[in-house]
Design a protein around this ligand. Structure first.
Ligand SMILES: Nc1ncnc2c1ncn2[C@@H]1O[C@H](COP(=O)(O)OP(=O)(O)OP(=O)(O)O)[C@@H](O)[C@H]1O
Ligand SMILES: CC(C)(CO)[C@@H](O)C(=O)[O-]
Ligand code: BAL
Length: 326
């Protein structure tokens, strides 16, 4: 089933599962490596950095654009999520890298429809869902999963389907959504997926606004100019915690430094008529996702990596960010 009229683009558009499978079979036949960059569209330079990395590392690169209903709770922003396909295609057309005289551009855009991806149908309310879903148990309820309990089930399910159709040699995810990327790597391992194998699921550093450090995100498009001016509060708060932690302070003290910075910024924002609220800032073990004990301190040698992450509401927009420590 196709998704309707598509804009013109020099990049081939695969709008059905069968077209994508046929494209992939050609690549297998020609022994070409394939990189997959899964997205929900509304592309920005963060996405494009993943695309460029894939272009460097693969003969062919396919970008999927699919706004996945299953990862949005009924009260979330599925209806208003930015959909900017013509602009997305234009940006993709401009991506080009040269690898040993081989000029590479994105090879295809995969644009499945909802019926394609959910043949049994899809309800946003988990209690009403029917059909087959993928859950990464024990790793989906912490950090982002604490605020969005439905989220990782929806992500793991759709990414399994994308992997089953595209069978990528390599897949690319952003560090901005660090828990998502680590959880998906675990999923590849647990499900013994050959395409990609866990070592070929790559996590690419977060692209930020060079002026104020705000992590690029499709949802930044929701921000008014006033809201945008305070949106880097979360990153500044995370940096405050990072510098306390690096100086040898315990987790509780480090998080307090972040919360104090955020509280000051929230007060100033309120005076300017901007609504802002910290959702959470936490430190978790990067392997188990479990919350660190309050007295934990940085281990200069041999310590396990720690994810310092958080979320902030700026007006009606929820933004996330993280820094990996160690
Ligand atoms: N600033 C960024 N730097 C690097 N990768 C990013 C960045 N933002 C998003 N990505 C990655 O791009 C992929 C697609 O993400 P998605 O389409 O959800 O965009 P997004 O900007 O994260 O959107 P949202 O605002 O919904 O969180 C994900 O792997 C995500 O981690
Ligand atoms: C991985 C993903 C494309 C699955 O819908 C989405 O969660 C995203 O864009 O980060
Ligand atoms: N990049 C994460 C997608 C989401 O928030 O739904």
């Amino acid at each position: 089933m196709s998704i309707g009229t598509l804009p013109e683009s020099p990049i081939p558009m695969l709008s059905s599962i069968s077209a994508c499978r046929a494209w992939r079979q050609d690549a297998f036949d020609q022994k070409k490596t394939v990189g997959l960059v899964p997205t929900m569209g509304a592309l920005h330079d963060g996405h494009l950095s993943l695309v460029r990395r894939s272009l460097h590392e693969n003969d062919l690169t396919v970008v999927s654009i699919f706004v996945n209903p299953a990862q949005f709770a009924p009260h979330e922003d599925l209806g208003t999520y930015p959909r900017t396909l013509p602009g997305d295609l234009e940006q993709l057309t401009r991506q080009q890298v040269t690898v040993s005289h081989d000029v590479r551009t994105p090879s295809a855009v995969f644009l499945p429809g909802i019926q394609d991806m959910y043949p049994s149908g899809i309800h946003q309310d988990v209690a009403l869902q029917k059909g087959t879903f993928v859950e990464v148990k024990g790793y989906s309820h912490q950090m982002e999963g604490a605020s969005r309990p439905h989220f990782f089930r929806g992500v793991a399910t759709i990414v399994t389907k994308l992997f089953n159709v595209v069978q990528p040699t390599n897949a690319y995810f952003g560090q901005k959504d660090i828990q998502q990327a680590l959880l998906l790597r675990r999923m590849c391992r647990d499900l013994l997926l050959p395409h990609p194998d866990p070592d070929h699921l790559h996590i690419i550093p977060t692209k930020r606004d060079p002026l104020d450090g705000l992590a690029l995100s499709s949802r930044n498009a929701y921000l008014s100019a006033e809201e945008r001016s305070v949106a880097n509060t979360l990153y500044k708060a995370l940096q405050a915690a990072e510098s306390e932690w690096t100086a040898g302070k315990a987790k509780d003290a480090s998080i307090r430094a972040a919360e104090d910075l955020a509280a000051g910024a929230v007060k100033e924002a309120v005076v300017r008529g901007i609504e802002m609220r910290l959702d959470y800032i936490e430190m978790n073990n990067a392997n188990t996702f479990e919350v660190l004990d309050g007295q934990s301190q940085r281990q200069p040698v041999g310590g396990e990596p720690v994810v310092l992450s958080g979320a902030v509401w700026v007006g009606k927009t929820r933004l996330i960010d993280n820094i990996v420590l160690g």
